[in-house]
Design a protein around this ligand. Structure first.
Ligand code: URA
Length: 434
């Protein structure tokens, strides 16, 4: 078999066979196929696409390229959730303890921030002392005793995806449904959970801009997961409007604690409840409205907040700042961004908001880069809000004063104003598989 022939075939719009896809992934993993040929095939896939069978083969080959987590020390169903990537959209610290408080065990593996999208692991590590590198034994012990644990993905899961993802990032070939679905689902399958709930994002701050494309991505991921014997569901949710008001690692953890203590932003709560209910439903614990009520009861009773603290403490975290807002740490430097004009906020480009957050020091430019956990943004006015020039639209936080001004400029350009109140997209566009 020759890589040249695979590229040629895909360039002409033909489907690759299972053996050809296995050959490709084996060559990527071993390093035998040069980056130039890998990138050429990735571009051909972006232009000519892959059908469901090819996307499934690609997923299973990437899954086989590394180790899979062994969760056999955790009895019963194990659940996981995953967001395809957004800005300020951290739902994990709300959803995980909520379903755990309802009796569903969560064994979750998460990634770090890369590019303009945030990473759950960085957010959890903003809680002082929290360790996200647990041994398999420790991970199983925390899940078995507390009901939930979240750890960082190890490099031994899906090494082919690691290589492919880096090249895709470098060659403008991230945005393709078959490539995104296989990348995410290979890692989710390798993480070992039986129940996988996906939050597929669309809009300016997501990889997929169009909601119907996001629905198609969700359909494909659910099909791949079910084909591998897992219970998989998805919501398709908007990333055209910031979700909640916090963007930044510690700021988002404070917001999660506030949601669990009864001070919820309606849009973020809606997404968190839908994800929690989806997980409870896939696990056959409760269905439909009953599942939503169960999730809301766990939040309103404070049981979910207690579970969040219990989980973080079991992972070494000091939760005193989550419990007591008066002692929370904030970055030493702040700047307010005022509204540009009288009228309504017409749009907020959430990808640009994510990039402004990064400029404040909140995300990393390289995998080894350091993250300023206290950097970020508080969104005071959101799309659809009426403003006048005296109003603060956002407060920028950073540990380095010189980063505020350029980030504020970028943020200012990400916001447009109109005389008429804009129509807002629904927070949840559709549901697949639940
Ligand atoms: N997240 C991933 O892990 N892979 C993608 O391709 C896109 C988002």
């Amino acid at each position: 078999m020759r890589m040249y022939d695979l590229i040629h075939k895909k360039k002409n719009g033909q489907a690759l066979s299972t053996e050809e896809i296995e050959f490709f992934v084996r060559g990527v993993t071993s390093g035998e196929i040069p980056d130039s040929q890998i990138a050429a095939l990735l571009m051909a896939v972006c232009l000519k696409n892959m059908d469901d069978r090819e996307a499934t083969d690609l997923t299973l080959s990437m899954l086989a390229s590394g180790e899979s987590a062994d969760l056999s020390a955790i009895p019963g169903l194990k659940a996981d959730k995953h967001s395809t990537g957004g800005v300020g959209d951290s739902t994990t610290p709300v959803v995980i303890p909520t379903v755990a408080a309802c009796g569903l065990k969560v064994a979750k593996m998460s990634g770090r921030a890369l590019g303009h999208t945030g990473g759950t692991i960085d957010k959890l590590e903003s809680v002082p002392g929290t360790r996200t590198e647990l041994s398999p034994e420790e991970f199983a012990r925390v899940v078995n005793t507390v009901g939930a644990a979240v750890v960082g993905q190890t490099g031994t899961l899906c090494p082919a995806d690691k290589k492919l993802y880096a090249l895709r990032d470098f060659t403008a070939t991230v945005e393709n449904n078959a490539l995104i679905a296989s990348s995410i689902m290979s890692k989710k399958l390798a993480s070992g959970a039986d129940v996988i709930m996906l939050d597929v994002k669309y809009g300016s701050g997501a990889f997929i801009k169009d909601p119907e494309d996001a629905r198609e991505l969700a359909r494909l991921m659910v099909k791949i997961g079910e084909g591998a014997g897992r219970r998989v569901g998805a919501i398709i949710s908007s990333m055209d409007v910031p979700l909640g008001r916090a963007v930044g690692n510690a700021l988002e953890m404070y917001e999660a604690a506030d949601i669990l203590c009864g001070n919820a932003e309606a849009d973020k709560l809606e997404v968190c409840v839908a994800l929690s209910a989806g997980m409870l439903s896939l696990a056959d614990i409760a269905k439909g409205d009953e599942a939503k009520k169960m999730a809301l009861d766990a939040i309103n009773s404070g049981k979910a907040f207690d579970k969040l603290c219990e989980m973080l403490e079991a992972q070494g975290g000091d939760t005193s700042q989550l419990r007591d807002p008066s002692i929370r740490s904030y970055a030493p430097y702040k700047m307010e961004l005022k509204a540009e004009t009288e009228g309504y906020i017409c749009s907020m480009n959430t990808e640009e908001i994510g990039l402004s957050e990064g400029m404040l020091g909140a995300s990393r430019d390289s995998l080894d880069g350091k993250v300023d956990h206290l950097a970020g943004l508080e969104i005071i006015k959101k799309t659809g809000d009426k403003v006048s020039p005296a109003d603060t639209v956002a407060i920028l936080h950073s540990s380095r004063r010189e980063l505020l001004e350029p980030a504020a400029k970028r943020l200012g350009k990400a916001i447009t104003y109109s005389a008429e109140k804009p129509k807002l997209p629904p927070v949840i566009y559709a549901t697949v598989g639940v």
